[in-house]
Ligand binder design. Structure first.
Ligand code: SAM
Length: 328
């Protein structure tokens, strides 16, 4: 499991990096944010021994070549560009995998990754950043509600939340749709997907500690969640809300996505920042035919798709439409 990078308060902060094995990235290319440069264990050690760099105290040797191989593997398998400054973070996240697999060296672990699909999945899960919260970037949910109100014909609404992390985003979407239709059974289908199977499993459970629900209004809390009896103060999403969402593992880099358009909305927020422009463009190009002509793509606060101006047009506030959209 990734280090606690899914807190609700901090923001993704990308830093520049070089694409593994491909030299320097152009200015503005973003890399995976939210990864602390120094892992928790290392941080504790530094605080205890301020003069020591984490690399001087490592249990396993971790060479620049090991780090490069890991960066390449993550880029190839998930499209995620890791900044060179993330070496200590990568070490602290993967060292537990070495221990758990009984590997003596990073080379041995890397060899294992070549043959073992299940460990490759855990490797990716360990290196993703899953920062999210309920109603994050709240203006998008208001725009979505307005969008839904414009739908005049009787038909199901379809929404794809393609980097859904631990589920706060798709459940916020489901709440928005229920509110807009004043119904617990609105005509909507939400597909929630992520590459990380561990966060996807948490999303599917739909159980949240009270502090994760701070941004949920009290009326929403009582309408859409139930306290877990005899528990630790956690809440479960109501079955009606859960029923509106289908959870799937989808890697945006995979050549085939098990989803069918057309979608009214694609929420693709705070994931593109981990990809280089080339990967972003190829993902966006595949979104366009899956989007209704009057559909919208919702991006994260620090994401811009102006490099895809031949595919999409901005309608403000990090919302994009197809070039042939009637929307202004
Ligand atoms: C920072 S979270 C964003 C969560 C949510 N969209 C939000 O804005 O709050 C980024 C998510 O993207 C997922 N991700 C990273 N690479 C991916 C890929 N290649 N395909 C699908 N999801 C990916 C991560 O696992 C993580 O859960």
């Amino acid at each position: 499991m990734a280090l606690s990078t899914n807190s609700s308060d901090s923001r993704d902060r990308p830093s520049l990096g070089a694409r593994p094995g491909l030299g320097s990235l152009p200015p503005g290319t973003s890399v995976k944010p939210g990864l602390s440069t120094v892992g928790n264990d290392s941080l504790k050690r530094i605080l205890n021994h301020p003069g020591l760099a984490p690399s001087q105290e490592r249990e396993f040797a971790f060479t620049d070549a090991d780090f490069e191989r890991i960066r390449s593997l993550l880029y190839k398998n998930a499209g995620i560009v890791l900044s060179p400054s993330k070496q200590d973070m990568v070490y602290s996240r993967l060292v537990r995998r070495l221990r758990s697999c009984g590997d003596q060296t990073f080379s041995q672990y890397l060899r294992r990754l070549e043959q073992d699909n299940s460990e490759r999945e855990t490797f990716i899960n360990s290196l993703t950043t899953n920062l999210t919260s309920f109603f994050r970037e709240a203006h998008h949910f208001e725009i979505l509600a307005d969008q839904l109100k414009q739908v005049k014909e009787k038909r199901p609404i379809r929404i794809w939340c393609c980097a859904s992390s631990t589920g706060e985003e798709p459940y916020s979407l489901a709440i928005t749709v229920c509110d807009t239709f004043s119904s617990m059974t609105p005509p909507v289908e939400i597909v929630a997907s992520d590459i990380d199977t561990s966060v996807l499993a948490q999303a599917e459970k739909g159980i949240y500690r009270r502090d994760r629900l701070d941004r949920v209004q009290p009326t929403h809390l009582s309408r859409y969640f139930t306290p877990i009896p005899g528990g630790d103060g956690s809440y479960a999403v109501r079955a009606e809300l859960h029923r509106l969402i289908r959870f799937r593992r989808i890697n945006l880099l995979s050549p085939a996505w098990p989803v069918q358009g057309p979608f009214d909305a694609i929420f693709c927020r705070n994931v593109m920042i981990y990809f280089d422009k080339q990967t972003q463009y190829s993902v966006l190009k595949r979104f366009v035919p899956l989007l209704r002509q009057d559909g919208r793509i919702y991006a994260g606060h620090s994401e811009s798709f102006i490099h895809a101006a031949d595919l999409l047009r901005s309608v403000g506030r990090t919302v994009y439409v197809r070039l042939d959209s009637p929307l202004r």
